[in-house]
Design a protein around this ligand. Structure first.
Ligand code: NAD
Length: 310
């Protein structure tokens, strides 16, 4: 991962966000704030969802200047198109818009998995005379939809860029400057490394939280276990309230890396289970001590940047 340092401010005429939900809406909101403060120059921010739901109130609340429910129409004069849709909706959206993009336009996304997006953009947009700069903001929440949008969601958070070969340095700089205007810190990262790291640090914890909460809920249909839940369970289970469809898309799109992380974890968990059966407290304490030291070390970083939830 390498840091990028840029100084100029973000300028564009027409920026279209397809998939105006938590992430797309928060981006629109942060850019509107930056525009109001004179830190960026954007003529028009357009929101696009398949239904009108959310778009009208997003316009009324000043997140977007215009909206359109037709993605092909929305992108016609766009200088920058950001795909804020769930990961498995990115390919069909690219198919919808590719013949309608303006030559020289920049196409980016916010998907949590990068390899399939990079592959799809390469395959579907190579003849479209556009620049592709896939991106992933490492910030979010268990809430979804534009009503959950937060103006400071990306402030002091990391955004990873995975530009596709052939994308101009200017297009990379544009997406870099756009995210920088939201308060984010920018990095570039190898795509397979990105998917492997995120599988371990984000995707696996979500899988475990979904699974644990489901196991406990099935075991106890009266849900008394939740009634007496202590803080530890509340903290750990919070991410199980995340959007099921979004996570379905993420797990299936990053299957191999998630399975690799899951196998490693399962093997360590099996060792811990055996330690417990053997009443081998010494080995258990060794694991807990190592885990505590690692968590304490990272807690200092979390304090600096806020907790990166995704
Ligand atoms: P969301 O459900 O809040 O928003 C998705 C939006 O896309 C919704 O408005 C939905 O109506 C719209 N949409 C879905 N399919 C569409 C289609 N085919 N055409 C047009 N609009 C469509 O989800 P979100 O949390 O904002 O996540 C969006 C993207 O951001 C996903 O790719 C996700 O992987 C990524 N992401 C999410 C988080 C997070 O924590 N939520 C963090 C980083 C990245």
């Amino acid at each position: 991962m390498s840091g990028i340092v840029k100084k100029e401010s973000f300028k564009t005429e027409r920026l279209v966000i397809i998939g105006l939900g938590l992430i797309g809406g928060s981006l629109a909101c942060a850019l509107q704030k930056a525009r109001a403060e004179g830190r960026v120059s954007i003529t028009t921010i357009v929101g696009c969802n398949r239904s009108l739901e959310g778009l009208k109130s997003a316009q009324k609340n000043g997140l977007i200047d215009e909206f359109n429910t037709n993605a092909a129409e929305a992108v016609k004069d766009a200088d920058i198109v950001i795909l804020g849709v769930p990961v498995l909706s990115i390919r069909p959206t690219l198919e919808l818009i590719r013949d309608h993009l303006k030559p020289g336009a920049i196409v980016s996304d916010v998907g949590s998995v990068k390899q399939p997006v990079v592959d799809d953009m390469r395959e579907l947009l190579s003849d479209a005379n556009v620049h592709c700069v896939p991106a992933h903001p490492i910030a979010g929440s268990e809430q979804s939809g534009v009503t959950a949008a937060q103006v400071d969601l990306f402030n002091n958070r990391k955004v990873i860029l995975a530009p596709i070969n052939g994308s101009s340095p200017e297009s990379i700089e544009q997406i870099d400057l756009m995210w920088r205007a939201t308060g984010a810190e920018l990095f570039q990262m190898d795509v397979s490394e990105h998917d492997r790291v995120l599988a371990a640090t984000s995707h696996l914890p979500h899988l475990l939280a979904f699974s644990l909460v489901d196991t406990l809920a099935n075991q106890d249909q009266g849900w008394d276990v939740f009634k007496y839940a202590a803080g530890g369970f509340r903290d750990f289970s919070r991410i199980a309230a995340s959007d099921p469809q979004m996570w379905h898309d993420i797990f299936l799109s990053n299957r191999d890396a998630v399975v690799e992380a899951l196998d490693l974890f399962s093997s360590d968990l099996a060792k811990l289970r055996q330690n417990l059966l053997d009443e081998d407290g010494e080995s258990m304490i060794e694991v807990f001590k190592r885990a505590k030291a690692a968590r304490d070390h990272f807690a200092q970083q979390f304090q600096k940047t806020g907790s990166d939830v995704e």
